[in-house]
Ligand binder design. Structure first.
Ligand code: HEC
Length: 259
């Protein structure tokens, strides 16, 4: 019996040593991979300086520092609200409803033909831009797209929902250009989600696709559920450049921000 007890306490001791060791090891790796707790926030134009520890290749400043964007001094900010061309500070800004009308005129509304955008996603500090189609819900200010499952952009979104999109009219002249830059948050809606069917019926122009496949709309909706997902992009900010705004005395660059 004594022997069994001795063996038991020896095993227990070993277990405790192993546990203590792995806890220490875990803390060690956590320290190595976590962003530097001590690093202060830096300005977008900050330099490394001569005393900074060496920054390994593939590591970016914002792996350790929060980077403060001084939005007020950027050129875009001046174009939007400051003294710029013939406009004095605060002049030439479109009323919000007029700006939305212009945005909808370019991007369309529910059940309209989808528009082609470039979507930018980012994972592990590596950006990816992808061409795809979306429809706008102008009331909720949300974009909906229909995509084949499992592509890289969707994997990016699942890990990092922050996205940026761009729609533009093909450039022709400097007197007539139009482009729309969007910042938003993306979510993937699977075929099993009760919202899926409703979004198809209310927002997306999928009927053409059904016709092509010689299916009824219902057959088509039921079929694609198993291999297509919907992306829902909640728009947080739109910056629109539209030369035509100047015809009514407004600035070329206008911005809408979700409140
Ligand atoms: C591996 C982590 C790490 C990376 C990557 C890194 N830094 Fe730092 N940096 C630090 C630490 C730690 C300090 C010292 C603590 C502090 O002052 O914030 C520091 C200090 C600084 C300071 C001085 C801040 C102050 O107010 O005193 C500047 C400026 C700076 N870093 C710029 C940069 C820039 C620019 C990059 C990218 C090119 C960069 N750092 C990348 C960790 C990092």
């Amino acid at each position: 019996m004594k022997q069994v007890q001795a063996l038991f306490s020896a095993v227990l001791c070993m277990l405790m040593v192993i546990m203590a060791y792995s806890a220490a090891a875990a803390a060690d790796t956590a320290n190595k991979t976590a962003p530097e707790q001590g690093a202060k926030a830096i300005a977008i134009d900050a330099d490394l300086g001569s005393t900074h520890p060496e920054v390994e290749e593939g590591i970016t400043c914002n792996d350790c520092h929060e980077i403060k964007l001084d939005a007020n001094s950027s050129a875009t900010q001046a174009w939007l609200t400051d003294d710029y061309l013939k406009w004095s500070k605060g002049e030439g800004i479109l009323p919000e409803n007029k700006l939305w009308e212009a945005i909808v005129a370019s991007l369309g509304k529910k059940k309209d033909k989808m528009r082609t955008y470039i979507l930018a996603t980012c994972l592990n500090n590596t950006p990816l831009s992808t061409t795809a189609e979306w429809s706008l819900d102008p009331e909720e200010k949300i974009l909906y797209g229909l995509h084949e499952q499992g592509t890289q952009k969707l994997l990016h979104i699942q890990k990092n929902p922050k996205v940026s999109l761009n729609w533009h009219k093909e450039f022709e002249t400097f007197n007539d250009y139009r482009c729309i830059q969007i910042l938003g948050r993306a979510e993937i809606i699977e075929g099993t989600d009760p919202r899926y069917e409703k979004i198809l019926i209310d927002v997306l122009d999928y009927e053409e696709g059904a016709k092509k496949k010689k299916m009824t709309p219902k057959q088509f909706r039921d079929t694609i559920k198993s291999y297509m997902v919907i992306s829902k992009i909640t728009i947080d900010q739109i910056t629109m450049a539209n030369y035509a705004f100047t015809h009514d005395g407004y600035r070329i660059y206008q911005r809408w921000v979700r409140k």
